[in-house]
Design a binder for this molecule. Structure first.
Ligand code: ATP
Length: 198
């Protein structure tokens, strides 16, 4: 049987419970052999400065520990220059030919996917799996909508990393929003205490 691999990219600054719920749903619904979590190296579409990669990676490791089908994929951290998903997919597919590849994204990313570098080539290499997200635009570019995609059956969850950073900056509780080990790490490292940004 062809192995089925999901890719789930993000800034994960920090990784949170909606990411994990989405990851578990993708594993189950797409019958994945593994889901690769791909922390972005150089986020060309985010205006703010991200938390250093080593800390984002550490939080991700804590969060995905215990689910053997969740795998950390470091290729964007190692590759210089902006992290284009197309390049990531090409690199991983060259390394492991003959698999079936899914790209797991939230609705906000789906709505903006036509702005990604080489999106049409990207769409020819992967099947999109899309999760609803509260407040995200429900439409997308016609060329994106024309590509085969799976709508993941996950109820919308109002969790965002932006809100979590703001909560920490305000001294509010985040224990329901991230796994306990991640909350501990954030506090121990003193992350997000300054202005949160978006
Ligand atoms: P930020 O608030 O900093 O922009 P974020 O919460 O959107 O961060 P990212 O790391 O940028 O998190 O997201 C990684 C992926 O997870 C993206 O495809 C995004 O659409 C998806 N995602 C994040 N939060 C949710 C959510 N609550 N529901 C559905 N998808 C989500």
């Amino acid at each position: 049987m062809t192995k089925r691999i999901g890719l789930f990219g993000g800034s994960f600054d920090p990784v949170h419970q909606a990411h994990l719920a989405l990851g578990r749903q993708a594993l189950a619904e797409l019958q994945l052999d593994e889901l690769r979590w791909v922390p972005v190296g150089h986020a060309w579409q985010k205006a703010r400065q991200l938390t250093p990669a080593a800390q984002r990676e550490a939080m991700l490791r804590l969060a995905i520990d215990g689910e053997p089908r969740f795998v950390l994929e470091r290729c964007e951290l190692e590759r210089p220059g902006p992290s284009y998903t197309l390049e990531t997919v090409r690199e991983l597919q060259a390394r492991q030919p003959g698999r079936q590849w899914f790209l797991v994204i939230g609705q906000d990313q789906f709505a903006g996917l036509h702005t990604w570098v080489g999106f049409e080539q990207l769409l020819s290499l992967v099947t999109l799996a899309v999760a609803q997200r509260p407040d995200a635009r429900l439409d997308a570019d016609a060329r994106v909508l024309a590509a085969p995609h799976v709508d993941l059956a996950l109820p919308p969850m109002a969790v965002s990393a932006t809100d979590i950073r703001q909560r920490v900056a305000d001294g509010r509780d985040i224990s329901a929003l991230v796994p306990p080990a991640v909350a501990h790490y954030i506090h121990q490292q003193g992350l997000y205490r300054g202005t949160a940004g978006s």
